[in-house]
Design a protein around this ligand. Structure first.
Ligand code: HEC
Ligand code: HEC
Ligand code: HEC
Length: 273
């Protein structure tokens, strides 16, 4: 809830309120970072979590089937990974419910299926407690892309910092809009050409983080190319209305969609650091 409010503040620009809320957001202990890339080779923390969810499910299902051998097997695995939480992040040891973990172990070894199911439900609450406080923040901090060191190869103008290049593109976009309104076709076409090339540069840059070249191709796809073409035609024809509408289309598909995934999370990450 707090995070949600914080997001609202961030989105709707109440800087003062956002700062106030930020102090209330819980930061995970620093020792968590070592279980995430790039400090770790794999997302070790997250994988432990996926195991826990699977193991809880197995315990529930084998308790229901009254299959003691398998119940014990999965309880053993579950307890190992549950305790690993506290080994990995010692500050979080007290988030664990050691009492119910012990009762689960007993229930499994004595074949008390009802008690095992009950212990599992109780343990589930400790999962929920930590998730309510930390899950969203941790995902943003450690798994959202970091653009702070990202540069874009802009061809003629060399490599530029991401943020700076974004500002440049916005200037081309607005210059084009101003020139269209003032019927300066040459200037509008010049700005269009730069924006068009710029979109190409960002599209080629996607592979610097994404291994799949399709990501860039899906971004600068035939629809976006068609919109750009339509925009150029409208500028040449001096059709202000059509140019305005198409510009809106371009801004959404070439800029806003990516901001929805990458910029919003990155902004939030900066706020949390
Ligand atoms: C002490 C804190 C803590 C406890 C206890 C905890 N988790 Fe988590 N869990 C996290 C954090 C932090 C994340 C976010 C990780 C991320 O997104 O990178 C997470 C994420 C997850 C995810 C991935 C969520 C998703 O859908 O993407 C699963 C599944 C999960 N936990 C299962 C469990 C289960 C099951 C338990 C209890 C048996 C549990 N966790 C206990 C901290 C905890
Ligand atoms: C600085 C690195 C970086 C750059 C540059 C980058 N991305 Fe991403 N992107 C990521 C990471 C990391 C994820 C995965 C986030 C996660 O797993 O939670 C992601 C996720 C995505 C997703 C959603 C998940 C998926 O894989 O489908 C889309 C869509 C996406 N990126 C598109 C793009 C496009 C299009 C570009 C270029 C215009 C781009 N990205 C540039 C790092 C980057
Ligand atoms: C990879 C996806 C992606 C695409 C596509 C993209 N942006 Fe961005 N944009 C970002 C990220 C990430 C940031 C935050 C960079 C930072 O703060 O360092 C950003 C920041 C910005 C900013 C704020 C810069 C500042 O000073 O804080 C503007 C303005 C901007 N983008 C405009 C655009 C325009 C215009 C387009 C389309 C022509 C566009 N962006 C396309 C990811 C993208």
């Amino acid at each position: 809830m707090r995070l949600f409010f914080f997001l609202l503040c961030l989105l709707f620009g109440s800087a003062a309120a956002a700062t106030e809320q930020k102090t209330e957001l819980l930061q995970p202990p620093a020792s968590l970072e070592q279980w995430y890339k790039p400090a770790a080779k794999r997302q070790i923390w997250l994988h432990n979590m996926f195991k826990l969810r699977r193991e809880i499910q197995a315990i529930e299902e084998y308790a229901e089937l009254e299959d003691q051998a398998r119940l014990e097997k999965w309880t053993g695995r579950f307890l190992e990974h549950y305790r690993k939480i506290g080994d990995m992040v010692p500050e979080w040891k007290d988030e664990l419910d050691h009492q119910w973990a012990g009762r689960l172990a007993e229930a499994a070894s004595s074949g008390d299926f009802n008690a095992a199911a009950r212990a599992t439900r109780k343990l589930g609450r400790s999962c929920q407690g930590c998730h309510d406080d930390y899950r969203a923040v941790v995902a943003v901090l450690y798994r959202s892309p970091d653009f702070s060191q990202q540069t874009i190869d802009t061809g003629g103008e060399g490599k530029q910092k991401y943020k700076k290049y974004m500002e440049t593109l916005t200037r081309y976009l607005n210059r084009m809009k101003i020139a269209v309104e003032d019927q300066r076709t040459e200037a509008a076409l010049d700005a269009f050409g730069k924006l068009d090339a710029g979109i190409g540069h960002i599209a080629r840059d996607c592979v610097s983080c994404h291994k799949q070249p399709e990501i860039g191709q899906n971004y600068l796809n035939n629809d976006l190319r068609a919109s750009l073409q339509k925009l150029e035609t409208a500028i040449k024809a001096g059709d202000q209305r059509e140019a305005g509408m198409t510009l809106g289309e371009v801004a959404v598909t070439a800029c806003a969609r990516c901001h929805g995934t990458h910029r919003m999370l990155y902004d939030l990450k900066q706020e949390l650091k």
